[in-house]
Design a protein around this ligand. Structure first.
Ligand code: FE2
Length: 125
């Protein structure tokens, strides 16, 4: 862990007010409304890294291979990126929930392993 990440464990920032550079470029960020209507689709945006402008590299030898979205324990989406050709790591999708849930995203870097971002509570009305 001396370099601030682990290849065998889930990497998750401990203090969101004091992020290391490795956190800033690897954690997935969820953008979604805090409230939605039951059974009606709403938009979720995912972006990997880029906090404070610290973008993750996107080259053949070092890139984000995929990002996954969960609603509670339910797997919701998985997006695979091709190195060097995707325009950053930005995804837009629509999902539908029946009950309130916490959205959570995980991203995998081919060199630095698995990263989890801040969960986002969605209240279904
Ligand atoms: Fe990386």
């Amino acid at each position: 862990m001396s370099e601030g990440y682990s290849l065998t464990r889930l990497n998750k920032p401990k203090d969101w007010n004091n992020l290391a550079g490795m956190d800033k470029k690897h954690v997935p960020i969820i953008e979604a409304p805090t409230k939605a209507k039951s059974g009606e689709p709403f938009e979720v945006k995912l972006k990997v890294g880029g906090i404070d402008g610290v973008e993750h590299p996107n080259m053949l030898s070092h890139y984000i291979t995929w990002v996954e979205l969960y609603a509670g324990e339910r797997h919701t989406a998985r997006i695979e990126f091709a190195p060097a050709i995707s325009d950053g790591y930005k995804i837009k999708l629509a999902i539908t929930l029946e009950k309130s849930a916490k959205l959570c995203a995980r991203a995998f870097c081919n060199l630095h392993g698995l990263w989890e971002g801040q969960a986002k509570q969605i209240t279904i009305e």
